[in-house]
Design a protein around this ligand. Structure first.
Ligand SMILES: Cc1ncc(COP(=O)(O)O)c(C=O)c1O
Length: 339
């Protein structure tokens, strides 16, 4: 990998050496298999193709200054994948097997973990699909779990950058008591139309309102939302958003910094009162929001009034990235070193 220009990598797919796979048949999970093929060969009547029995995860491995590879909170991703399985009637994978698969696939593709200086990382994509021929709407008899990896560039090349988000009430990504709290493909399919409209108008993401009343803030495309007001970190509690592991970690760090964490329904009008606001998730850690445009009401809410990311977002961002890359102490045991 000597000729790789790591800092110019985008967030895209690149072929690596190996992926790992595991099958659920006759009521039990089999052995973890290593494959060098990018192809999966499945039956045309598999339930993942017709009825959306598919879930996925996303996490990252980072190379530290010390040359060690660290994976961030993979047990949380393993638990969330179990919640996804329960939500769409797929087989649950034990968290230990999830962790073993992640360790193995990272180790096997060690040469693709970007160097510390690049600010890039190895993106890890676990997924599960329902297999076996079935035509009626029923859960599959068999499942496949697999994990592949791909190096991804730093989200912010020249440090933090602000972006705008928009509100469009005619779209929902999930139903009020639907699948919004789990990470299943259907939610993402449902978000594509609104996402493309937002991108074409120059917005980074859609800021969804709650699908039942359209009164409260939900989340931002593929990321959670938080606002900072005075000494408070305010983030929505909702039946239709994904529990973000980044957000959970930031809430802990915010508390450690002496902020008060408010996790509650957040009325939409509150955006006018925030000193700072941001999207948070594995991809960017924190993506600060400059402005929220309500496209239905033709109204703009400017958050970053001086045109710069706020100090609290900046501090939280550096703290969390520091833990991930091994520059800051891992007080909570969030990091697994891949030996
Ligand atoms: C809908 C949605 N919300 C929030 C997040 C952020 O979650 P995490 O911090 O676990 O990456 C993601 C990304 O996984 C997502 O797809």
């Amino acid at each position: 990998m000597e000729n790789m220009n790591w800092s110019d990598l985008a967030f895209g797919y690149m072929k690596t050496d190996y992926n790992v796979r595991c099958y659920y048949r006759d009521g039990k999970w089999g052995e973890l298999e290593v494959s060098s093929s990018e192809i999966i060969n499945i039956h045309m009547a598999a339930t993942c193709l017709h009825y959306g029995q598919e879930s996925f995860e996303g996490l990252k491995a980072f190379k530290g200054k010390d040359g060690k590879i660290r994976v961030f909170r993979m047990d949380e991703n393993g638990k969330r994948m179990q919640a996804s399985s329960r939500g769409i009637k797929m087989a649950e994978l034990p968290v230990e097997m999830f962790e073993e698969a992640v360790r193995k696939v990272v180790k096997l593709n060690e040469r693709f973990v970007p160097p510390y200086e690049s600010g890039a990382a190895l993106y890890i994509r676990p997924l599960m699909i329902g297999l076996g021929a079935q035509v009626g709407v029923k859960p599959a008899p068999e499942y496949m779990f697999m994990v592949f990896v791909t190096p991804v560039g730093p989200y912010f090349k020249g440090g933090f950058q602000l972006s705008k988000v928009c509100i469009m009430r005619e779209f929902d990504r999930a139903a009020p008591y639907g699948t919004g709290t789990i990470k299943v493909g259907g939610n993402y399919a449902a978000s594509l139309v609104a996402g493309e409209i937002a991108h074409s108008k120059g917005y980074a993401a859609v800021l969804y309102l709650d699908p039942k009343e359209k009164k409260y803030l939900d989340e931002c495309g593929p990321a959670n939302f938080f606002g900072i007001r005075g000494n408070s970190y305010i983030t929505p509690q909702s039946h239709s958003i994904l529990p973000s592991i980044t957000n959970k970690s930031l809430q802990q760090l915010a508390e450690d910094m002496g902020l008060t964490v408010e996790r509650r329904p957040v009325p939409f009008e509150e955006i006018a009162t925030f000193d700072e606001a941001a999207e948070c998730g594995t991809a960017a850690v924190i993506a600060p929001i400059s402005q929220i445009d309500d496209l239905d009401e033709n109204k703009s809410y400017v958050i970053a009034k001086d045109g710069k990311p706020g100090p609290v977002c900046e501090k939280l961002y550096h703290k969390l990235r520091g833990i991930q890359y091994g520059d800051e102490p891992d007080t909570y045991g969030w990091v697994t070193i891949i030996e």
